[in-house]
Design a protein around this ligand. Structure first.
Ligand SMILES: [Zn+2]
Length: 406
């Protein structure tokens, strides 16, 4: 590897210790920042801003919605190099019924436990520490390195929408969701779809006088499982895993002795770039048409779930694997770990898609390993936190044009 790269890495490693990175992630986990917290992400955003400012890094809060500020921190480059955004969300899902203390982080056997440790205060902490490492080591940058710590990713991605609409901008971005240190430049799009079935109420003792919406839903499910799901599984994408549909929620009826006049099924549909959003809807309408041909009383309506997004469709993310951002990340991973990185596709949906598609900032997902995002036991691997911080910092140094030290 070039001597300048080796030199940058040694300086980054000297600048921040593993225990410091771990400490910051613990501090972030300690501050609840989920949708049921009264002040939402405000406390964690203010904490992060103060932490960065104490390191001499410019960090500003920009309010997206009440009590929901994005943190935008920046190390300004001297000009000439590419700019890079490190993007991570400050919100988590609620604790629900966790089997561990959610907000009293504990480190055991190389794992840091707590709500949000993996999704994604681990990646976020590593990103903040990458800025600290760049700052302390006085690695000279040409372009800006920006940290965007955004709100609301677990709901409507209002934080990243605000970044896209109001800046800042960068030439490319890394989103620090957990990827087990794999470089993931692609993932599927996500639609939440509600299908409403309309029947006619009647007494259960005279059920023939009614039209049962639950029965309609059952026929719909049969069509989805028998016809649509096999088609989706067979549909291969050249960029990512096959599309899917998950039947997530079903609700209908009032009580056992009434014919249900309404039923709703809520679904999660992951779509690939080879499909069009219109195809996703048309396939559902196709099922409606078939069921209506079988039974003229069949009545259903398809609605995009309004809680899924703000204004920007949750499109698939596609960054070419030969993009300079992917190449730079690969180089940094090799330098930091000594092993070549895997380039794969992320299984979930992330803000990277909005940055790439609507923000015209090609965004690649790369973050630490662990397990239990949104689950009862969540942890991030502490070893990966340090590796990620080093990879983020080195990638910034390389991409933004590290020059000789001051
Ligand atoms: Zn996440």
């Amino acid at each position: 590897m070039p001597a300048v790269t080796q030199d940058a890495l040694s300086r980054i490693r000297r600048a921040v210790s593993k225990s410091e990175i771990e400490g910051l992630v613990k501090d972030l986990v300690k501050i609840p920042s989920h949708r049921d917290v009264q002040t939402k992400e405000r406390a964690v955003a203010e904490f992060l801003q103060e932490f960065l400012e104490d390191e001499g890094i410019e960090a500003k809060l920009r309010t997206v919605e009440k009590d929901r500020p994005n943190v935008i921190a920046r190390i300004e480059g001297g000009g000439g190099g590419k700019s890079l955004m490190l993007n991570g969300h400050t919100d988590t899902v609620p604790a629900y019924d966790m089997d561990i203390p959610p907000f009293t982080p504990k480190v055991q056997g190389g794992k840091l436990y707590g709500r949000g440790s993996l999704d994604m205060k681990g990646g976020l902490g590593a990103m903040a520490m990458a800025l600290v490492a760049l700052r302390r080591s006085r690695i000279r940058l040409g372009g800006d390195v920006i940290l965007a710590a955004v709100v609301d990713e677990e709901d409507k991605s209002a934080g990243t929408e605000d970044i896209i609409l109001n800046g800042p901008r960068a030439d490319a971005a890394i989103v620090g969701e957990p990827t087990d240190l794999e470089i993931q430049p692609t993932h599927r799009g996500l639609e939440w779809l509600n299908v409403h079935f309309y029947g006619k109420a009647a007494h259960g003792g005279q059920a023939d006088r009614g039209v049962n919406a639950i029965s309609m839903a059952a026929r719909f499910v049969r069509e989805v499982e028998g016809d649509l799901l096999p088609k989706l599984r067979a549909r291969k994408s050249r960029y990512m895993m096959s599309p899917t549909l998950n039947l997530g929620v079903i609700e209908g009826g009032q009580q056992p002795s009434s014919v249900a006049d309404h039923c709703v099924i809520r679904m999660d549909r992951r779509w690939v770039p080879e499909e069009k959003l219109q195809t996703v809807f048309e396939e559902i309408y196709g099922i409606f048409d078939r069921l209506k041909a079988e039974d003229p009383k069949f009545r259903a309506k398809l609605v995009r779930d309004p809680s899924n997004m703000k204004t920007m469709t949750h499109v698939p993310n596609v960054v070419p694997t030969d993009h300079w951002m992917v190449r730079t990340l690969r180089g940094s991973m090799k330098t930091v770990t000594g092993r070549p990185a895997k380039v794969t596709s992320f299984w979930g949906w992330t803000d990277a898609a909005l940055l790439t598609h609507f923000g015209k900032m090609p965004a690649v997902v790369f973050g630490p390993g662990g397990a239990g995002a949104h689950a009862r036991v969540e942890y991030v691997l502490t070893e990966d936190l340090a590796r990620c911080a080093q990879v983020y910092a080195l990638t910034a140094a390389e991409a933004c044009g590290a020059e000789k030290s001051r």
